[in-house]
Design a protein around this ligand. Sequence first.
Ligand SMILES: C[S@@+](CC[C@H](N)C(=O)[O-])C[C@H]1O[C@@H](n2cnc3c(N)ncnc32)[C@H](O)[C@@H]1O
Length: 358
Amino acid sequence: MATQEQTQVDPDKLMGFVFQAVGEVGATLNTALVVIGDKLGLYRELADSGPLTSSELAERTATAERYVREWCNQQAAGGYLQYDPGTDTYSLAPEQAVALTQPDSPAYLPGFFQIALGSVLDSPKILEAARTGDGLGWHEHVHDVHEGCERFFRPGYNAHLIEEWLPALDGVLDKLRAGASVADIGCGHGASTILMAQAFGNSRFVGYDYHEEGIATARERAEEARVAGRVRFEVAPAAGYDGSGYDLVTMFDCLHDMGDPVGAARHVLGTLAEGGTWMIVEPAAGDRVEDNLNPVGRAYYGFSTLLCTPASLSQEVGLALGAQAGEARIRDVVVAAGFTRFRRVAETPFNIVYEARA
Ligand SMILES: C[S@@+](CC[C@H](N)C(=O)[O-])C[C@H]1O[C@@H](n2cnc3c(N)ncnc32)[C@H](O)[C@@H]1O
């Protein structure tokens, strides 16, 4: 029976599947090529001065023409650049220019590609970990993962944090305006911490992360943003950071990365001021696997396999919620730690924001 089923192959379906794979192999290679175009300043130059021939683009970016020509053709074939055969020039459409060169736009893409490339570069370590069940810590990844993460998440925080997410929390905006004490846990390079500090000049902020190198970068970012006087960055784990009496504790895209999210949640509860709020930003996800079988879920399950699940497994407890945990599992963690109030307050196609209170 099995043999008979195997021989009844529909050639059209088979070729359809092969051509799906052609597109995906092209997309896989494009991840490296977008990062190259970004790091060499090729998109920037095309946005500023295009249309350009490959020779003009190479000259203006001090790069080698033969590589640049091949890159341009690959980008044009993938719909990332426009090619004009009449003038042999390449250009960016206005929408491509925004998505590829404007870091403040919510549509900015290079960071997304950079974290994807870093994740793929580290995949041999995950291959091995999948055999043994060992974890792989956030700190053990290549730099493109760390910098890509910052550049990927920052546009979303720019677009939503100050205008939508914080106002959605009960009474938090008034406290921040008047002068609140805020701890941002698992802060990475401090994008969210610095953004909040820029918006609320009367409040004081401290960002904590267990990753030393990340905290060193966050300190540099605070200096560059001229908020270092009101923002501190310290190396500490989520379940053991300093201080208490925080009006607001935040966690951006990191609770599910932690080995012991319940332990971390318990620590948050113990460090909040009376009436304080814990804001949890998590990747958008439904509770059931079938809710997440879509393009966003595909990307997040990919990051979850290569980054988030191994990160959690590398730590004590190793609960490994995964990046597609969904509201019900996040609620379980929060309630298990002793919080009595939990609600979803905001969402975007990429994130869900929760509020937890004692
Ligand atoms: C996906 S990154 C998000 C970083 C940052 N919040 C952002 O939005 O850009 C996850 C972060 O969680 C941190 N992290 C993971 N486990 C941690 C723990 N147990 N305690 C503190 N930080 C932790 C990692 O070092 C990493 O910076």
